[in-house]
Each structure stands twice: as C-alpha cells, then as structure tokens.
Design a protein around this ligand. Structure first.
Ligand code: MG
Length: 161
C-alpha cells in the first residue's frame, strides 16, 4: 500500500462558478484560479500523484500553460489518474475534508463522491468527502476562501488483490 497526501486552497472571487469535486454548487461567488479552481479535485490529484511518486499537479499541468486555462479539474484528475494507473497502481480509497464556512456542502457530498470516483475509475464507495467549517476563525472563517485536505491510498503494482 502507498499513501499520499494533498492540500489545496483557493480564494473566493466574484463572477466565477463554484465548482468543488466536479460539482457546480449554487453560490454568489466562485473560486479564483487558472483552471476552474476546483480545490477538491486539485487536492485529490496531489494525493494520488504523491502516493504514486509521480510529482504533483503543478508539474503535470503547469499553470502558465495556456492549454490548462479554465480546464475542468475533474478531467485533469482523470488524466493524472490514468498516469497513476499506467504506472500499475489501483486506487483503494480517497478521503477528503473540505474546510469552508459557506455554503453548506452537505447536499452536494454524494454528487462530489460520484464525480471523483468516476475520474478515479472506482465505485463511489471508494471515495469519501466530508465538509466542515473553521468555526468562524481566520481567513476561512471570514469566507475569504476554501481549503481542502485529501489522502489517497493506492495498491502497488504486483501486489495481490
Ligand atoms: Mg488549486
């Protein structure tokens, strides 16, 4: 087994869609970024790349490369996972915590798990997404942005299933 960790954060910005885990969430503001700024997909991408020893999202999809401008991050996650799979790894499980003051993500967590699992070529039972607030503290508490932590477990090439 190999375990990888991922972290990402993005600031809120007016005039952007809020996309988390590949799901568009109704909210007056979205997240700023070169791609669609899906911090959940970005953190999971780093977790799987870390577990496979394949670098990180910034090295695979440089943010000064125009081909990734406004890219769908759930598609980038799928592209990254295909590299991980090419190296012989299988996803065992991914676990995600989103730290966000508003909006409430509870109604969207199942859809996020489905979308992430689709990109990772597993059933949704292999992906867990949780959300919590920062209890009003600091930049997350003031609603300035979102932070995401992710852990991915991969089965190494050649290990018994
Ligand atoms: Mg990011």
């Amino acid at each position: 087994m190999r375990v990888g960790i991922g972290y990402d954060s993005h600031p809120f910005a007016a005039g952007r869609k809020l996309i988390l885990g590949g799901v568009e969430i109704p909210h007056p503001k979205g997240l700023a970024g070169h791609s669609d700024a899906d911090a959940v997909a970005h953190a999971v991408t780093d977790a799987i790349l870390g577990a496979a020893g394949l670098g990180d999202i910034g090295r695979m999809f440089p943010n000064d490369d125009p081909q990734w401008k406004n890219a769908s991050s759930i598609e980038l996650l799928n592209k990254a996972f295909l590299k991980v799979a090419e190296a012989g790894f299988q996803l065992v499980h991914a676990d995600v915590t989103v730290i966000i003051e508003k909006p409430k993500l509870a109604p969207h967590l199942d859809a996020m798990e489905e979308r992430l699992a689709g990109a990772l070529l597993v059933g949704s039972g292999h992906v867990s997404v949780k959300a919590k607030t920062n209890e009003g503290m600091g930049w997350i508490g003031r609603g300035e942005g979102v932070a995401v932590m992710a852990v991915a477990t991969l089965q190494e090439p050649g290990s018994a299933t």
